[in-house]
Design a protein around this ligand. Structure first.
Ligand SMILES: *Cc1c(COP(=O)(O)O)cnc(C)c1O
Length: 375
């Protein structure tokens, strides 16, 4: 392997773990010595730290982002008979959680420049049965929240932010997670604040919603061994996970700055090509969970990069309105041409804080070769 030809992975956690190993091991050692494994001091501290980062009062640690979405909807009173408008261009869990809560997803198409949903698109999908909106800050780039919240207020709708990919992002200077009735974070290891296993959190400024979440994540128990809600599940966050996440949280700002530096390099290196980076939301600050481009020749571009040792990923190849398991559960199906086109054209290039600038430059050079060579 030499420096010019070593493979460049789409994502690599080993570099981060090598650097943080002593701190991570020490945090784990302390938890093991304490003997307290679930919902203890580390979870409580992480809940406060993450809530503060999101500009709200309350955080409730849960077992995954997926559970967090389900629990947030239930805590907001969403259930059977309710329609929930969301985006078809997201990870499965955004919509399957709506189904799991007993409600019916309705898909609104996305904006072609950011691939995020918008108030304008959501408005087209509202019906008298609509009770809630789930927005997704896709790839770490915030949805323009102000018009969404205005629409929700006018129609008395609940709003959930799926910020699984967007911890630390902001819109008009306000952190994502502070706009909606509840917001859901994932600590899946590849996320911007990634744990060493599964985990998640729901943040909210509403104390009553937080209280319901605490009950729902623990079998519906307010008092031990008495359930007051069968919607309750076992979805607690454990102490080891929280302790390891607290170590990584100390570096999150630096990681985000680094992602933004790398994104800038990508933009400079790809300027003027027919392989086009997605736009940042005006007034928004993306945390670049992914750096994603569009190309009409996406599959060939991905193959070309792979031939030259560069990893890349398609998020997402099958939009949710094309998922067989969801099709019969969705209300008011309509053509979603932008989501269909995005699924054909997107490619996420290597992006993680430990990626070297030289590596980004090599990826850009390959993309330029491809774009020029086949024009
Ligand atoms: C990762 C992700 C989820 C699910 O989070 P898990 O912690 O993996 O359950 C939900 N929505 C989006 C947009 C995601 O990226």
């Amino acid at each position: 392997m030499n420096a010019l030809t070593h493979p460049i992975p789409a994502f690599d956690l080993t570099r981060q773990h090598a650097r943080l190993l002593p701190e991570l091991v020490e945090a784990a050692r302390e938890v093991l010595a304490s003997g307290h494994m679930i919902l203890g001091a580390n979870v409580a501290a992480l809940e406060q730290e993450v809530a503060r980062l999101c500009g709200v009062e309350h955080g409730v640690g849960v077992a995954s982002g997926t559970d967090g979405l389900y629990l947030a909807l239930r805590a907001l009173g969403i259930g059977p008979g309710d329609e929930v408008v969301t985006t078809p261009f997201t990870f499965l869990a955004t919509a399957t959680s709506i189904v799991r809560a007993g409600a019916t997803p309705v898909f609104a198409d996305i904006e072609p420049d950011t691939l995020n949903t918008s108030a304008r698109r959501i408005a087209e999908a509202l019906t008298p049965r609509t009770r809630a909106i789930v927005v997704v800050h896709l790839y770490g780039n915030p949805v323009a929240m102000e018009p969404v919240m205005e629409l929700a207020r006018a129609r008395s709708l609940k709003v959930v932010e799926d910020m699984a990919q967007a911890i630390g992002a902001s819109y008009q200077g306000r952190p994502v997670g502070s706009f909606a009735d509840a917001a859901v974070i994932s600590f899946y290891p590849t996320k911007n604040l990634g744990g060493c296993g599964d985990g998640g959190m729901v943040v909210t400024r509403d104390g009553e919603v937080a209280e319901r979440l605490r009950i729902l994540r623990d079998h519906g128990q307010r008092h031990r061994y008495v359930s007051e809600d069968v919607a309750g599940i076992n979805s607690r966050l454990d102490e080891l996970q929280a302790a390891l996440l607290r170590v990584k949280l100390r570096y999150l700002d630096a990681f985000t700055e680094r992602r933004r530096v790398l994104a800038r390099r990508y933009r400079e290196g790809l300027a003027g090509l027919d392989v086009v980076p997605l736009a940042e939301t005006p007034g928004g600050r993306s945390v670049y969970h992914q750096f994603t481009v569009r190309s009409a020749r996406r599959d060939r571009l991905q193959a070309y990069l792979k031939e030259h040792g560069v990893g890349s990923t398609v998020y997402y190849p099958v939009p949710l309105h094309r998922q067989a398991v969801l099709q019969e559960r969705v209300a008011h199906p309509r053509p979603l041409p932008e989501a269909d086109r995005a699924a054909q054209e997107v490619l996420s290039l290597p992006m993680f804080p430990e990626l070297e600038v030289e590596e980004v430059e090599r990826v850009c050079a390959l993309v330029r070769e491809f774009a020029v060579g086949s024009a």
